[in-house]
Design a protein around this ligand. Structure first.
Ligand code: ADP
Ligand code: ZN
Length: 255
């Protein structure tokens, strides 16, 4: 579904059905390491896994709003309690709260060499604010990677998801198709695995609904900006380091 005026990059030819848009990527003379990448996709589509592969490969900052909020909740702060109310209900945290937190996060020295934004923006207002937040820093989003997954696969992927409790590791497993070797233990670092509070079927259904109503419209926004790149995934597809290398190679040719 690549129209003629788009520069279309189709990846995963043998693995996935592809819908790819990528045009007007014009970060002239910009090293691939300084990329600003936005991850788009429904809950459980694999944004976190892909973001981690991208940040490991590029050695850039991973900014996950969901992880930041979960840390805040753990700290027991007043803000954390507020966040928990929204998150446990499958609702979005209000735009003004998220934007303020992100603005501060983008100011940190560690965010100056490129970032993967995982979970932000999630509304049209956040997308517009992101543009402004980056403009004031003489930056812009280079590519928005959308991971497309059918709704019926989301529940299966989220309720069976288990995550490493070691923040520096954060490996993600699935009890059906990407099991840890030992029950409840991370293969990579040996820490305990946990299930996210909001990864239960009832909350996931609300999160899917919220995604369609509030977040899906921003796919069009990035498409209009000419920087949308979409990959269709099926329930058990696992994106590998090799896939990421292929993406980056092709993306790098265009910037
Ligand atoms: P997922 O993509 O699997 O839903 P996240 O960890 O990205 O998981 O987000 C978990 C929850 O955190 C969301 O359901 C929402 O309540 C809140 N959240 C995360 N990012 C944002 C955001 N940019 N705007 C509003 N709420 C957010
Ligand atoms: Zn681990």
């Amino acid at each position: 579904m690549c129209s003629a005026q788009n520069v279309c990059l189709c990846f995963f030819k043998n693995t996935y059905r592809n819908v790819c848009f990528l045009k007007n990527i014009n970060s002239i003379n910009k090293g691939v390491k300084n990329l600003i990448i936005v991850m788009l996709g429904a809950p459980g589509s694999g944004k976190g896994t892909v973001a981690k592969l991208l940040t490991d490969t590029l050695n850039i900052e991973h900014i996950s709003t969901g992880d930041m909020f979960r840390e805040e909740i753990k700290s027991g702060s007043k803000l954390g309690k507020e966040l928990e109310n929204y998150m446990s209900d499958g609702k979005l945290v209000p735009d003004d709260v998220v934007i303020k937190i992100l603005d501060e996060r983008l100011s940190r020295p560690t965010a100056q060499n490129g970032v993967v934004l995982d979970g932000f923006p999630r509304t049209k207002i956040q997308a517009e604010h992101l543009k402004q937040l980056l403009e004031k820093r003489n930056k812009k989003v280079d590519v928005a990677i959308q991971l497309n997954i059918p709704d019926e696969d989301i529940i299966y992927r989220t309720v069976k998801r288990r995550i490493c409790s070691n923040k520096d590791c954060g490996a993600i497993y699935n009890l059906e198709f990407n099991k840890p070797k030992q029950d409840g233990i991370c293969d990579v670092c040996g820490s305990e695995l946990y299930r996210r509070e909001d990864d239960n079927e009832e909350t996931v259904k609300r999160r899917i609904d919220t995604y369609h109503k509030r977040s899906e419209p921003i796919i069009k926004y990035f498409e209009e900006e000419g920087i949308l790149y979409t990959v269709d995934l099926r329930a058990q597809d696992q994106v590998t380091k090799q896939d990421i290398d292929k993406w980056l190679k092709d993306i790098n040719k265009k910037i």
